[in-house]
Design a protein. Sequence first.
Length: 415
Amino acid sequence: MLLINGTVCHSDFLFKHSDIRIIGEYIASIEPISDSEILSKDRYSGQKNHMAHGSISREEAIIDLAGCFVVPGYIDIHVHGGGGADTCDESPDAINNLSAYLAQHGVSSFCATTMTIEEDALMNVLSFADDFHRREPIGSRLLGVHLEGPFLSPVKSGVQSSDVLRLPNILMMEEIESRFPGLIKIIDVAPELPGADEFIQAFSDTYVISLSHSDADYDTTRRAIDRGLRHATHLYNAMCPIHHKSPGPVCAILENQSVTAELICDLIHIHPSLLALTINCLAPDRAVIISDAMRGAGMPDGEYKLGKAVVQVKNGKTDFGDGRLAGSVSSVAEGVRNLVSIGIPIENAIRAATINPARVLGIDQETGSLSQGKLADITVLNQDLIPVMTISMGRVIFCQMPDSSYDKGGEENHD
């Protein structure tokens, strides 16, 4: 596959007009081109491309991306659901449907995120996720599971089911790992809970341990970081706020260069002014855009379940019924657009959606940026930064390019 004439985000996150050749699952080459070459219509006149059912069906299909931005595939490491599906649905179709939905929003890979549910139900959900993890998906690729709960604080549980919260439990995690080796990627923990120190120390080399739904103060958070905590789930939300005499967990996270932080960038969960300030504090390497989307994302206004909670979705906002937010109906793509709209350089917004989450998961050597030899995980954006094509491991999993971008000639090859 050959992507020509795009404005490509290179591995230094600077944009240059370039062609990208994809062979199999990988990027074979990225070649900068001149403006005059973009205007040339006969550079590849001897070759054709062909689209069939939204996917490339020819070995050397050529796709003209003139006028488009070509960026690394978006990575959403915290998403519960979307398009009517939810990770915690005890159904083999749930993550498959979520995968297809995310592909439409520029996400090439993701971590399916759980809620706090009963242990038997959690094991069923992980079983379905593990099965999906082993198959080639029709949509976005599952990187693993982000375990949001049950090791959370009842004081900051939000819409998480407080009746099934548990203290950090080493034996429970060892059982999960034995049944589903390598599936869990991120574990959320409230570090002030009894047993949290030992839990963090035991697993900090195996998983990403993340502060979440926590009543921890500044000193407790610092101690957790010393023991191996290196991530924060939806910063500001479900944690103690900053006070000038009690800085809380946020300041401990912001000041420590080893800790990354998720941000819900829908301009609802965090005020735009504070969001811009935080991004600039964390930039360029530590900010991570997440959607924290629930099943109502991409759906009409109405009532939707999130875990055991019934959530109202109206006008792009979630409501637990008492004014509390309950996840989002946003996307990583919308988060990128929102950051640019409040003055964040596009390069830093793209980093927060790509290479930064890849670094959180330790997979930045294989994905998260565009360079020769890396996986062909690519998102194509129009001039409004809206995804029009998503590629995951060399497969086109979503395409809404104008017909004019394609030469409809050529023979189909379904090999």
